[in-house]
Design a protein around this ligand. Structure first.
Ligand code: GDP
Length: 510
């Protein structure tokens, strides 16, 4: 095994309350990264880095960070990228998914596929990120396993391969049966948790036997190729709270999930085997403290062996940066590593030089592509309280657009700039940061638009004809790309039907 093939860089996608936090804790415990759930042990510089980090989170008041947790088990290094569990989230939730090689989708057994799971799933599909499904909370009364499997298959248009099966649920819960190995993990004690009791060739209630037979016959068998291609998801049933299915999930990630993949780039895709150190910034975390203009750029390493102190150059702008104090994210009790490998994430402190989407490399001769922007779901007009502050406002909006916190649109007609966000919470963050960091007092007004689409056409004349007829709804994003702002999502469909030669994209690759 090489340093590259033993990396698993993944995220957990779920709807709030499905159990992502509980599962994350259990994964870290199983990986030896934390010893009691919630207690993070670290030494020396590592501890300092972590606590600084938490301080930043506290200052922000909300967990808008996508933090990174690294743990090792059986010779495999797992990098778990946490996406905020908030119902409200910004583009950086999505962008985190550009930095992973696979994902675990957690579903509440009583609720099935929920709105946010679905959105995040679509992002994974866009990038062909393979998905392992974990149906959580089978210790409680939930929906029938068949119903859940059919829903995943129908709603997400995926083949499903059940890998395990709950033996009863809720009051009748008697553990989880491992289909391939013909064994069952059994609950013990008054809490009915899993404490390691595994029964080989277990006696199961007849109803469970029948279900498992039907499931074997009725669903696809696991196929690694189909999984890696994003056509099939293996489904594990379990209970994060009671520790069922957690070890199986780690084993599945180790056995099936891909290591670092080739990354789309210009002039050519970058293979993780390449010797030059390259990576891209998928997130920038700014400090809310106005006294400190420091930021941390999260870089995913795509090729080469990174060593502390190394000089990396952002492609297209700027001078080489010597990375003397990279933050690494080992949550376990060990010394801070001085090296990092493809698939690893490094936090690089900087003063605003590094931006989301930046490529960093030794020679500055490549550029990673494919970090998408997403159509905003909330649009607001920005109203400046002091008209002499136009320049500062523009700078602030451009900065925040660079961080991926918000998007900014400059309408073709009219002076009021429009900002777009994917979640309501970002509006509050925006206003407070304008005030605190840029000393700009501004308000937000309803805009007569609800969503936006990037427009393009093969023939520029078609695009121009469309734009001319819809000038009041046209704007430019901060890179100058034409955007159509729609009154309703319905209008997008209506207009798209009338202008078949114009493409209306809900995402834009940078
Ligand atoms: P998140 O919002 O997805 O991070 O969800 P949490 O991990 O915070 O869990 C939400 C709630 O569900 C909490 O009250 C958990 O204790 C509970 N929960 C999580 N996993 C399980 C499970 O496997 N079984 C049961 N019964 N409850 C669970």
């Amino acid at each position: 095994m090489t340093r590259i093939s033993d990396r698993r860089t993944f995220a957990i996608i779920s709807h709030p309350d499905a159990g992502k936090t509980t599962l994350t804790e259990k994964l870290l415990v199983a990986g030896g990264a934390i010893h009691l759930a919630g207690e993070v042990k670290a030494r020396g510089a590592n501890r300092r880095a972590r606590s600084d980090w938490m301080k930043i989170e506290q200052q922000r008041g909300i967990s808008v960070t996508s933090s990174v947790m690294t743990f090792e088990k059986d010779g495999i290094t797992f990098n778990l990228l946490d996406t905020p569990g908030h119902e409200d989230f910004s583009e950086d939730t999505y962008r985190t998914l550009t930095a992973v090689d696979s994902a675990v989708m957690v579903i509440d057994a009583a609720r099935g596929i929920e709105a946010q799971t679905r959105k995040l799933f679509e992002v994974c599909r866009l990038r062909s990120v393979p998905i392992i499904t974990f149906v959580n909370k089978v210790d409680r009364e939930g929906r029938a396993p068949f119903e859940l499997l059919d829903e995943i298959a129908d709603v997400l248009a995926l083949d499903v391969a059940p890998m395990s099966w709950p033996v009863g649920m809720g009051g009748t819960f008697e553990g989880v049966y491992d289909i391939a190995h013909d064994r069952a993990a059994r609950p013990e004690g008054p809490s009915r948790e899993f404490h390691g009791k595994i029964e080989a060739a277990p006696a199961l209630p007849e109803a469970a036997r029948d279900e498992i037979e039907l499931a074997r016959a009725g669903y696809a068998a696991f196929d690694e190729g189909a999984y890696r291609h994003g056509d099939l998801t293996p489904v594990y049933f379990g209970s994060a709270l009671k520790d069922f299915g957690v070890a199986e999930l780690i084993d599945a990630l180790a056995a099936y999930a891909p290591g670092p993949r080739s990354q789309p780039a210009e002039p050519a895709p970058v293979s993780p085997e390449g010797s030059e150190v390259t990576g891209f910034v998928f997130k920038v975390q700014a400090n809310m403290d106005p006294q400190h203009r420091d930021r941390i750029a999260f870089m995913r390493l795509c090729s080469g062996t990174f060593r502390r102190g190394m000089k990396l150059t952002p492609t297209g702008h700027g001078k080489p940066i010597a990375v003397h104090s990279p933050i690494l994210f080992f949550a376990q009790n060990r010394e801070l590593a001085d090296e990092a490998f493809p698939g690893d994430i490094i936090g690089i402190p900087n003063h605003g030089t590094l931006r989301v989407g930046d490529t960093l490399s030794e020679k500055a001769a490549v550029r990673f592509t494919g970090l998408p922007n997403f159509a905003p779901e909330i649009l607001r007009r920005v109203v400046l309280k002091d008209p002499t502050k136009t320049k500062q406002l523009r700078k602030a909006l451009d900065d925040m657009a660079e961080e991926g916190v918000t998007q900014v649109f400059y309408p073709e007609i009219g002076a009021n700039w429009v900002i777009g966000v994917v979640g309501q919470l970002q509006l509050d963050v925006l206003l407070s940061r304008l005030e605190a960091e840029y000393k700009v007092a501004a308000g937000l007004e309803m805009a007569p638009f609800e969503t936006a689409r990037w427009v393009s056409a093969d023939d520029p004349a078609d695009l121009k004809a469309f734009a001319d007829l819809n000038r009041a709804a046209m704007a430019r994003d901060r890179d100058g790309n034409p955007v159509f702002m729609a009154k309703t999502a319905w209008e997008v469909g209506y207009v798209a039907d009338r202008y078949p030669k114009v493409r209306f994209a809900a995402t834009r690759e940078r």
